[in-house]
Structures are given as structure tokens and as C-alpha cells.
Write a protein that binds this ligand. Structure first.
Ligand code: AMP
Ligand code: ZN
Length: 463
């Protein structure tokens, strides 16, 4: 299997460190709000990689952390702790926030058929390990104390920047006005932060009460669960320049200069109308939002399968609606072969299967593999052997073809005119036009639907 290694900037043949075992770490969610569909694209990438590794017979151990402390609103050391921000927004404790959004994340992963890593540790369950690790770094001369925390001294780590290709001098000259004058170098980053009294999440440490930096958790948990040198580390491309450079600095410092990760893999971003997805632009959706728009989770997954993970994926209303239609056709087309006794040359089917898995094994070329599945679907003769091959391919695609039921799919589909009325009603409610809202509700009722209003918006049920 070939995979693209961000570190070497080329495709490499995967050669596990130890026999048939593949140990893989994936940066997980910060659980202070709902994950958006951009985040979920990155986890679908992780899922496809897991499925591909398993289909190649590797014995896979995956770890994905749950960040429930320490991730500040900037990826550096500035801003507020995201968990505390979430807690203040909702009038809850950070622990309640973490529990709620961890469950929501797991539910979204379930709906998207994401094959979950074997181990999903929480940062807050590993505080002592993080303190020990920071102490080790300090003892080795890589960490130093300031009035507000313990920092990593990147001048001690000459390889800093090797993943993203940035160098320290560029960073220095490009750095904005340095606010923390106690830091030796602007790019030094916090390993541990001393907590002001009002900081809710804090733990005793050799440096007084405090909380861990964000980057340290991944170095600590990957070492704890996967050892000091493991095979694959994944994340989104935004993590390359700061988070993963910092992880490399910490882990290699602990490892006596030896690498902790053999292959770094990163998935590209999801864009919206070719621009950035952000809350302030109002263009952030969750899987639940999509479902309310009549876009099933599986159609979103199918949408993601159409782009290579190293290419940007542009979300537009038009492209996702198109994916809903082709996804439906994919299920229908495949199902048309189920149980049919037409005869298709075994060679044709075997070639399709071989080509499919060859594409998957070529740095996860899933769009190409999907095209091969489509060609097989289009075979004129309808044959159960084709269906069986498609179900085999679905071990990678993850669309649960085997569980497809045409009648249920039809029942779940919201007709366009009903969706239009729902959208009009949402608008009416936004502008507090209750009369129109009720009128539309009655219209929908005549069409056989009940609309319920909840905090998350309108819910549609068939009578
Ligand atoms: P966070 O919870 O902010 O740490 O992000 C979780 C994951 O989503 C990280 O691996 C990010 O790299 C990734 N991510 C964030 N925004 C996007 C996006 N627009 N498209 C794809 N991945 C993203
Ligand atoms: Zn991480």
C-alpha cells in the first residue's frame, strides 16, 4: 500500500515498523461545540485509511484523543480555553460541556459509519502523564519556566519546522509583536500553563495549579498507547505548521532526537463556495443541519468519497444536492443486481475488484475506486455476483450497501415541495411571522406530515 508522507513530501510504500502491526494516532476533536462537516471530512479520511489498512490485513491499533482541556482559541498560546468558552456560553461546567459534545461527536461518527479507533482517551484522564512528560522535558533542558507557565525552548531543537518546511529565522522575522516578553523565542510554546484563580479546569503540579498545553496531550497519549515510535499520525492540514511541528519537537526531544512517527498524513480542507468555513460567516453546518435540509448522512459521506483526501473539497448547495441524487442512484443501481441470476464473466468482476483495491492502495484514491464501482453497477446484465463484489467494495466505501432497503430509502426521502415549505416556514419563524408559520404547518399536515419545533429547529415526521 502506498501512502503520501507529508514529511518526505512523496508517496511511500507502507512498511510497518513491527511485522504486520500498524499503530496509528489521529488528532481528535476539541469537544466544546458540535463538530462541523469540515471536521467530519477529516474523520472520514481517517476512517477510509483505517478501512484500507484492515482490508490489507494489517493488525491495526488506532488512537484518537478527545481534547477536553487546554486547546486555546488560537492554536498558539493566546486566547481563552475553548472548553471554558463553551461552558460560559451554555452556563454549564466544562466537564458537562465535554460530556455532551463528546457524545454528540460519537453519534455523528456513528451516522457517518466512521470506524472508530480502538482507543479514544480523554486529555483530562492523562494529566499526571502530561506533568511527568513536561518534567522530563525540563530535566532534559528543553523546557523553561516563566511567570505564566513552562515553555518549550525551540532553539534547543534544530530540526524545528521540518514538517512544514518553515525555518526559525522566517518565523522570527514574520512574527507579530511578541506579547510574552519572557519567552526566549517567539515560537516557543506552552507545555504547561499556570492557572489564574478564575480558570475553572486546573490541577496541582510542581509549578503550582495549572493546566496542560494543547500540543503536549498528543505527544503524551500517543507515547502512552502506541509507544515511542509508531507508524502513522493523521490530522487536518491546518495542524501541520503549529500543532504537529510542536508535537514533533516534544516527542523527538524525549526520544533523544529520534522520530516518534514514521508517516505523517494530512487531509485537505473542506471549503464553502471556495472560501473558508467559519461561524462568523454563517456557513458552518453540522451533520444534523444537513439532515434537516433533507441531506442524509450517507449522502454527505458519498460527497466526501468523490474527492481525494489531499484535494480541497468545495461544498456548495448545488454540489451536495447533486451528491444526494447520485448517492441514491448508486444504492439503486447496486441493489438492481441483488439476487439476480444474470451471468457476468467472473473475469470482469475480478478485474473490477482488483482495480478497485489497487486504487485504494494507491494513497487512498477513493474517487477512482468509486468510479470503478460505478462501472460495475452499469453492467447491463444484472447479476448477484456483481452485487457481492459491490458489497465487498463497500468495506471501504462504508455506505452500508448490504443494509439498503429501497422502500425505507423512499420513506426517508423528503419530497422537494415539502422541503421548500419547510424552508419557507423556517424563514417565517425567523421573521416572527407566526401566522404564515402556522399556515404552512397546516399545509404540511394536509400533505401527511407533522412538524415539531425544537431548540435545534424543525423536525418533520410522517403521520
Ligand atoms: P478541532 O476540533 O478544531 O481540533 O478540529 C478537528 C479536526 O478537523 C482537525 O483535524 C482539523 O484539522 C480538522 N478541520 C478543521 N476545519 C476543517 C475543514 N474546514 N475541513 C477539513 N478539516 C477540518
Ligand atoms: Zn493532536
Amino acid at each position: 500500500m502506498k501512502i503520501y508522507n507529508t514529511l518526505s513530501r512523496q508517496k511511500e510504500e507502507l512498511q510497518p515498523i513491527q511485522g504486520n502491526d500498524v499503530r496509528m494516532y489521529s488528532c481528535g476533536p476539541t469537544v466544546y461545540g458540535f463538530a462541523h462537516i469540515g471536521n467530519m471530512r477529516t474523520y472520514i479520511f481517517m476512517d477510509l485509511l483505517r478501512r484500507a489498512l484492515k482490508s490489507n490485513g494489517y493488525n491495526l491499533t488506532g488512537v484518537m484523543n478527545i481534547t477536553d482541556v487546554g486547546h486555546l482559541t488560537s492554536d498558539g498560546d493566546a486566547g481563552e480555553d475553548k472548553m471554558e468558552k463553551g461552558a460560559r456560553r451554555e452556563g454549564k461546567t466544562p466537564w458537562e460541556i465535554a460530556e455532551f459534545y463528546t457524545n454528540a461527536f460519537m453519534a455523528d461518527c456513528g451516522r457517518l459509519h466512521i470506524d472508530m479507533p480502538e482507543i479514544t482517551p480523554k486529555a483530562t484522564d492523562n494529566i499526571q502523564e502530561m506533568i511527568d512528560y513536561v518534567q522530563e522535558l525540563v530535566a532534559l533542558g528543553y523546557g523553561y519556566e516563566t511567570s505564566d507557565g513552562i515553555y518549550f525552548d525551540i532553539a534547543k531543537f534544530p530540526n524545528y519546522g521540518k514538517l512544514s518546511g518553515i525555518n526559525l529565522e522566517d518565523q522570527k522575522s514574520g512574527a507579530r509583536v511578541e506579547v510574552n516578553v519572557e519567552k526566549r523565542n517567539p515560537a516557543d510554546f506552552a507545555l504547561w500553563k499556570k492557572a489564574p484563580k478564575e480558570h475553572i479546569m486546573q490541577w496541582p503540579s510542581p509549578w503550582g495549579m495549572g493546566y496542560p498545553g494543547w500540543h503536549i496531550e498528543c505527544s503524551v497519549m500517543s507515547r502512552k498507547y502506541l509507544g515511542e515510535y509508531f507508524d502513522i499520525h493523521t490530522g487536518g492540514v491546518d495542524h501541520i505548521p503549529i500543532h504537529h511541528e510542536n508535537e514533533i519537537a516534544q516527542s523527538e526531544a524525549i526520544n533523544g532526537g529520534n522520530p516518534a512517527v514514521k508517516y505523517w498524513m494530512h487531509s485537505e480542507f473542506m471549503m464553502v463556495n471556495n472560501g473558508k468555513m467559519s461561524k462568523s460567516l454563517g456557513n458552518v453546518w453540522t451533520v444534523t443541519d444537513l439532515e434537516k435540509m433533507g441531506i442524509p448522512a450517507m449522502a454527505f459521506r458519498y460527497f466526501c468519497l468523490n474527492a481525494h483526501y489531499r484535494n480541497k473539497l468545495n461544498y456548495t448547495e448545488e454540489s451536495i444536492r447533486a451528491a444526494v441524487i447520485s448517492c441514491g442512484r448508486f444504492y439503486e443501481g447496486a441493489y438492481a443486481h441483488k439476487g439476480k441470476d444474470g451471468v457476468v464473466d467472473a473475469e470482469v468482476i475480478n478485474k473490477a475488484l482488483a482495480d478497485f483495491f489497487e486504487a485504494v492502495n494507491d494513497d487512498l484514491n477513493v474517487p477512482k475506486a468509486l468510479g470503478i464501482a460505478w462501472n460495475l453497477i452499469k453492467t447491463d446484465v444484472k447479476s448477484d455476483a456483481v452485487w457481492q463484489a459491490l458489497v465487498k467494495m463497500d468495506e471501504i466505501l462504508g455506505l452500508d450497501l448490504a443494509g439498503y432497503e429501497p422502500q425505507k430509502a423512499e420513506d426517508d426521502q423528503i419530497p422537494a415541495e415539502v422541503q421548500e415549505l419547510l424552508d419557507q416556514r423556517a424563514e417565517a419563524r425567523k421573521s416572527k411571522n407566526w401566522a404564515l408559520s402556522d399556515e404552512i404547518r397546516n399545509k404540511l399536515s394536509d400533505m401527511g406530515y407533522v412538524v415539531k419545533d425544537s431548540a435545534e429547529g424543525q423536525k418533520l415526521e410522517k403521520k
